[in-house]
Design a protein around this ligand. Structure first.
Ligand SMILES: Nc1ncnc2c1ncn2[C@@H]1O[C@H](COP(=O)(O)OP(=O)(O)OP(=O)(O)O)[C@@H](O)[C@H]1O
Ligand SMILES: [Mg+2]
Length: 260
């Protein structure tokens, strides 16, 4: 059974059909991508897949369960986590506390209570701290654990967002432009991290990304959106040479594509 399925979903904002008849199906350990020009509807798809927007047509299934009418926290409970195109961290909390707050989402103890109580709370807090530190180590952020999140360089803030999403123990993780604003070294690093999220942690991963070298290197299957329509889909080798994709997107980005 698929972990995430969107079956012919569409959404209308007033007169604008931002996404029309979009379908996708992810199984465990799939690593797929959505690409397309600015304003194509990619983030809107993520917003529907995570319950932020309700599709006006079609159905989303998480682990086989139809999610019509469900709120974002119910999508999270069902096993989805995401990062946002614009970073959303608690800037005035430490790196470690940012991760612990995401972790406690899945436990019965509230993080703030935990800090003020004794007994069970202590053992629970110890466990969450250890698990959070483990994730920070995977992402090579352990030395920054006591930094305020806002003081991290941009690339590390993006990585911390991914760690926070993973801390909720999702089965599927959706990353909206994980490489945006990163330098080439950081991009290589994030490519290997995304692979580890799939290979070592066993998650299904769906990314939106404009960085074509990254997409073509890691995605196994790509959906291409333009003006809300799926204009092409398939393996990277296919999509890259599809004239429709070249005309509406890759051709316009030809310089980037060759140079990156
Ligand atoms: N809440 C909303 N209300 C009205 N229009 C919206 C809303 N959200 C998105 N749109 C519109 O839907 C279209 C698709 O936007 P979306 O953010 O999904 O594009 P995108 O593919 O993620 O682009 P980018 O690559 O620039 O991030 C745009 O025309 C946008 O203005
Ligand atoms: Mg977007």
């Amino acid at each position: 059974m698929s972990v995430l399925k969107a079956d012919h979903i569409s959404i209308q904002f007033g007169g604008l059909r931002a996404v029309n008849d979009f379908s996708i199906e992810l199984n465990q350990r799939d690593l797929f991508a959505i690409i397309g020009p600015n304003g194509a509807g990619k983030t809107t798809v993520f917003n529907m897949l995570t319950g932020l927007y309700q599709p006006t047509e079609g159905t989303i299934y998480v682990n086989g369960k139809p999610m019509n009418g469900c709120a974002p926290h119910e999508f999270a409970d069902a096993g989805l986590a995401r990062t946002f195109q614009n970073i959303r961290l608690f800037g005035n909390a430490t790196v470690l506390d940012n991760v612990k707050m995401a972790h406690t989402y899945k436990t019965k103890y509230n993080f703030f209570n935990m800090l003020t109580r004794t007994g069970n709370y202590h053992s629970e807090e110890k466990r969450i701290t250890e698990e959070s530190m483990h994730l920070l180590e995977v992402f090579e952020l352990q030395d920054k654990k006591d930094f305020f999140a806002r003081n991290l360089p941009y690339g590390e803030q993006r990585k911390l967002e991914i760690v926070r999403a993973l801390a909720t123990e999702p089965q599927v993780i959706l990353l909206d432009e994980p490489a945006a604003g990163m330098n080439p070294n950081e991009i290589d690093n994030v490519i290997s991290l995304i692979r580890r999220i799939r290979d070592d942690l066993g998650k299904a991963v769906l990314i939106i990304e404009h960085h074509m070298k990254m997409v073509m290197e890691i995605a196994e299957y790509i959906k291409v959106l333009d003006f809300g329509e799926t204009i092409s889909e398939g393996k990277p080798e296919y999509v890259q040479q599809d004239p429709k994709v070249i005309e509406s997107y890759l051709g316009r980005r030809a310089n980037d594509f060759r140079s990156k």
